[in-house]
Ligand binder design. Structure first.
Ligand SMILES: NC(=O)c1ccc[n+]([C@@H]2O[C@H](COP(=O)([O-])OP(=O)(O)OC[C@H]3O[C@@H](n4cnc5c(N)ncnc54)[C@H](OP(=O)(O)O)[C@@H]3O)[C@@H](O)[C@H]2O)c1
Length: 173
């Protein structure tokens, strides 16, 4: 199962212009993410997202996740590679997921960023989207998606993480 997890501004951006997307989420969303990630055994993210979290990831002592970082230059990240914990790959979505499944990793969170969300949605491998909406209007920045994906979505649930922050869960039909 692959779940796309993202936090966005009300106008659809996952980061402000020229800023990392790690600075705007509410404590309610951070707490939701911390708790929910405990249910996953593997994480996928793009190389740019990895760069924004690099110190945290490399200094993390949890052995819970196999993290796959998507880059066109996996060999350049040999020094950051930690087998079974942090691995770099240029494989496309279906191959990455079948490799994870072959290694017994069956609950995967897709953590962005926009380029990676776009490609995995396009590949049709996303089972659900869990989108946190923060009450902010950026007017620009990194969009959730880089291009249209017109596949209809079914709303599975809506939940208030706090007075201001909504969590919406959708399933592609
Ligand atoms: N608010 C949120 O929930 C959230 C979540 C995640 C990220 N973010 C923010 O989003 C921003 C990053 O998003 P982004 O869209 O710019 O970048 P991204 O999706 O994190 O990473 C893009 C990188 O992925 C690699 N890549 C993309 N397509 C590939 C392919 N087909 N094959 C191999 N590698 C491929 C490339 O790495 P190389 O250049 O190394 O080849 C590319 O530069 C950051 O600011 C981050 O903090 C926010």
């Amino acid at each position: 199962m692959l779940i796309l997890i993202a936090a966005q501004s009300l106008d659809g951006f996952i980061a402000r212009p020229d800023r990392a997307g790690t600075d705007f989420c509410s404590e309610a969303d951070a707490s939701f993410l911390r708790d929910t990630l405990k249910k996953f055994d593997s994480l996928i993210m793009g190389r740019k997202t990895f760069e924004t979290l690099r110190e945290r990831i490399l200094n993390s002592d949890t052995k819970r996740y196999l993290r796959k970082i998507i880059t066109r230059s996996p060999a350049a990240y040999a020094a950051d590679t930690r087998p079974d914990l942090v691995e770099f790959t240029d494989q496309p979505p279906i191959e990455t997921l079948s490799e994870l499944a072959g290694r017994g990793r069956k609950k995967t969170a897709l953590l962005g960023g926009g380029e990676i969300y776009t490609q995995y949605l396009e590949a049709g491998v996303v089972d659900e989207l869990w989108i946190t909406i923060e009450p902010l209007l950026f007017g620009g920045g990194t969009p959730l998606l880089g291009k249209a994906n017109e596949r209809p979505l079914k709303l599975l649930s809506h939940h208030r993480l706090s007075d201001e922050t909504l969590l919406l869960k959708y399933k592609p039909l």
